[in-house]
Design a protein around this ligand. Structure first.
Ligand SMILES: Nc1nc2c(ncn2[C@@H]2O[C@H](COP(=O)(O)OP(=O)(O)O)[C@@H](O)[C@H]2O)c(=O)[nH]1
Ligand SMILES: [Mg+2]
Ligand SMILES: [Zn+2]
Length: 279
């Protein structure tokens, strides 16, 4: 039978198939192949003896939290308390692009801004929409709910950005769960927590924030370049142009013409520096 691994507690692998959960064991051969089963894995298992026999190919995998086959990430971004950070936003988008997780921007706390400040933010958000990222506000419940269907989602964003609040409003029945999360993630507590996939609006949501470590050490500057998706719209003189010091760079030209958001370019420079400095 085929199922989905929704939770792992020590040796017990909880596999969901046809609305039933089977507590399965895992064969040692995966260990030899250096494949560790992850929450989110699609697996083949025998219903009779409850052994997992195969892990199906993954679309992607994250290391913190350790999960597989994530389709989309809700990037919860506050415009105040904590302050709007385009640097953090761009870093998270890059990490999602590199992990093949589709970023969905979800903006919170617009109510804390004056009208003029709101306008400024909306201008910036229009740029992100233009380059292909969906943008929603956290009060757009009906629209947000529709995005979950058939997908495996993860929430991410700074502490205090409004992740738990949004999840609780979208799905009041999960409130207990999110309460547990904030307890378990509290400083100084060494709770051995497991990750779990929870059903929500015809899809699945991971009960733990994704991309908790903003760690770029495994990536190259070329990776960073390819993750700034709008740069791909321009053809520079040199095909391997890094859009930094080269001449006849179409990206820098676009920047000077105001086609590229200055903060995007700055964050790109910073990230390239960051990955170069660890090499
Ligand atoms: N004014 C305002 N406060 C919000 C909004 N969303 C969340 N909050 C508040 O921000 C604080 C942090 O929210 P929380 O959901 O715990 O953030 P998390 O750390 O991302 O889970 C709480 O006091 C929430 O009530 C919002 O849209 N507007
Ligand atoms: Mg929280
Ligand atoms: Zn260039």
């Amino acid at each position: 039978m085929q199922g989905e691994l929704i939770k792992i507690i020590s040796d017990t692998h909880f596999v969901k198939a046809n609305d039933q959960v089977f507590e399965c064991k895992c064969r040692g051969k995966f260990r030899n192949q250096k494949i560790t089963p992850l929450v989110g894995d699609r697996v083949l298992f025998s219903k009779e003896d409850k052994w997992i026999t195969e892990i199906l190919p993954r679309k992607n995998e994250l290391s913190r939290p350790p999960v597989a086959n994530i389709d989309q990430g809700f990037l919860i971004t506050s415009v105040k308390q904590p302050d709007f950070s385009l640097n953090l936003l761009d870093k998270l988008i890059v990490l999602m692009e590199l992990s093949k997780v589709k970023p969905i921007l979800c903006i919170t706390k617009m109510d804390l801004l004056e009208e003029e400040e709101q306008k400024q933010i909306k201008k910036i958000l229009a740029y992100y929409k233009k380059i292909g990222y969906p943008v929603y506000f956290n009060y757009e419940y009906a629209k947000l709910k529709r995005l979950f269907k058939g997908k495996t989602s993860v929430f991410t964003g700074q502490t205090g950005a409004g992740k738990s609040t949004l999840l609780n409003r979208l799905a009041p029945l999960l409130s207990l769960k999110t309460g547990e999360i904030s307890l378990a993630l509290g400083r100084g507590k060494h709770t051995t927590r497991h990750v779990e996939l929870i059903e929500l609006f015809g899809g699945k949501v991971l009960d733990t924030p994704g991309f908790s470590a903003l760690d770029f050490h495994a990536y190259t500057k070329e990776d960073i370049k390819s993750s700034f998706v709008e740069f791909g719209n321009y053809t520079c003189k040199y095909h391997d142009c890094m859009h930094l010091k080269e001449d006849h760079c179409a990206v820098k030209e676009a920047l000077s013409k105001g086609e590229i958001l200055p903060s995007r370019y700055e964050n790109y420079q910073k990230l390239v520096e960051e990955v170069e400095s660890v090499r």
